[in-house]
Design a protein around this ligand. Structure first.
Ligand code: ADP
Length: 181
């Protein structure tokens, strides 16, 4: 089986440690194996480059997402698949992106806060506990979960493979990716 596609943005939103980057990388791998033109836009990396200098106030967070959205839109218009992994905590802004970027799939990468804290992949929750970091999404800064995502992955009870298959199957069923044998 081969995945064929036009442009598409798959936007993964969720708390820090929920599994966005892990799933994003797995999706990229799977699509690249099918010779698809796919780019991973990862929030942590982009904060070192395109979004360097932005902080975590609500206006800086909005600017961060605006820039990443612009890049995803450009890639999508060029016929590429953009896989975006950013917390993107604000519902309104994600709704705007849905209007702006076509086609666009919103994926809610959902793990309970307690699970994210326990995973603490980047050691950030520990820093929040010690007071070294403030305004952390899900703790003392809001995370507005999607009300009607195209896909929801519950990463505390679904495997990485199950999540990836769910996302790509939905993309195919929505007509954004064609499967050809
Ligand atoms: P985020 O990008 O959302 O901050 P990461 O992908 O960096 O999160 O970290 C998620 C962690 O959860 C990784 O250590 C990953 O191996 C683990 N994990 C366990 N199950 C899953 C799953 N089903 N999907 C994604 N990640 C998972």
């Amino acid at each position: 089986m081969q995945y064929k596609s036009q442009g598409l943005t798959i936007w993964l939103t969720g708390l820090s440690g929920a599994g966005k980057t892990t799933l994003g990388k797995a999706i990229v791998q799977k699509l690249q194996n099918q010779n698809q033109k796919v780019s991973l836009l990862d929030g942590d990396s982009l904060r070192q480059t395109l979004c360097k200098g932005l902080g975590f106030s609500s206006s800086d967070r909005e600017e961060n997402i605006r820039r990443i959205g612009y890049l995803a839109d450009s890639l999508t218009r060029e016929g590429k698949i953009a896989i975006v992994c950013v917390i993107s905590p604000y519902r309104n802004q994600r709704e705007k992106l849905k209007q702006q970027i076509i086609p666009f799939m919103e994926v809610y990468v959902n793990a309970p806060l307690a699970v994210c804290e326990q995973r603490d992949v980047k050691g950030l929750y520990k820093k929040v506990l010690s007071g070294e970091i403030i305004n952390f999404t899900g703790i003392d800064d809001p995370y507005e979960y999607p009300l009607n995502p195209d896909v929801e992955c519950k990463t505390d009870c679904e495997t990485i493979d199950e999540c990836v298959n769910k996302i790509l199957t939905k993309a195919r069923n929505l007509g954004f990716i064609n499967l050809s044998c």
